[in-house]
Write a protein that binds this ligand. Structure first.
Ligand code: ATP
Length: 226
């Protein structure tokens, strides 16, 4: 079982509103891999990620994510699947009416962490991991964009996901702050979490190594050059 891929897509077709977006997708993600998804605007990167977290149905082919068959998965299992994924978007999506600590605590409570002391120590641990140990008391609007994205990553790793899906996580950040976010994701990856990250910033690819897949012309292909 150790060698089983976390994600396996074989000859998968993906549509949006009956419009073909990606055809005949073959894709595998293994434990601890770092994968970039690149490609021009509107070529289907986010759409592909949506099929992985069960937001969009698969039309054709075979697709499994963390052991779930994505052709037949039931709604209640989509909720369980999402608890095993960490999801990071470009717009930070923190709850603005509560502190960083309470944003994280909200997720832990919602995912069944009953003991206050356990929640407290996990929150302290993830804040330390993302270099934000002293920011728990802050409101999201008191943080910079890069700091907010660190909190979003902290939130994504609370339940030790096997996979993080990061859709343009550096899209709203300046170059240097974006580099630091990718560095952080790479550190998380070396600890065993596989990561799929979409980006338009090709400079990142040479600096931070990863497997590269490219979307274009309704295809998703592993890229040897980009
Ligand atoms: N909810 C939707 N309904 C219908 N079509 C959609 C929907 N969402 C996306 N699309 C279409 O699917 C195609 C792929 O969009 P997608 O957002 O996956 O592209 P992308 O590669 O992630 O682009 P970007 O780099 O801009 O984020 C586009 O043509 C888009 O118009």
């Amino acid at each position: 079982m150790e060698d089983q891929p976390l994600i396996s897509y074989k000859n998968v077709d993906i549509n949006q509103q009956e419009l073909g977006i990606l055809n005949n997708v073959n894709f595998e993600l293994k434990k601890g891999e770092f994968v970039y998804l690149i490609g021009k605007v509107g070529t289907g990167k986010s759409t592909f990620l949506k099929t992985i977290y069960g937001e969009l149905d698969i039309c054709e082919g075979e697709a499994t994510v963390l052991g779930y068959d994505m052709r037949t998965i039931k709604q209640k299992n989509i909720a369980s699947l999402r608890r095993k994924l960490g999801i990071v978007f470009q717009d930070f999506q923190l709850l603005t009416d509560r502190t960083v600590y309470d944003n994280l605590d909200f997720v832990l409570r919602a995912t069944g962490w009953k003991q206050f002391s356990e929640r407290e120590s996990r929150i302290e641990e993830v804040l330390r991991l993302v270099g934000m140990e002293n920011k728990g008391y802050k409101m999201p609007n008191e943080l910079s964009g890069g700091e907010q994205q660190r909190i979003v990553i902290a939130r994504a790793i609370l339940n030790k996901p096997e996979i993080i899906l990061a859709d343009e996580p550096t899209g709203n950040l300046d170059v240097e702050t974006g580099r630091n976010i990718v560095k952080l994701l790479q550190e998380i990856c070396t600890q065993g979490t596989a990561i799929i990250m979409t980006t338009h910033n090709l400079n990142l690819l040479s600096e931070f190594p990863g497997k590269v897949y490219c979307c274009g012309q309704h295809q998703l292909r592993e890229a040897s050059e980009y």
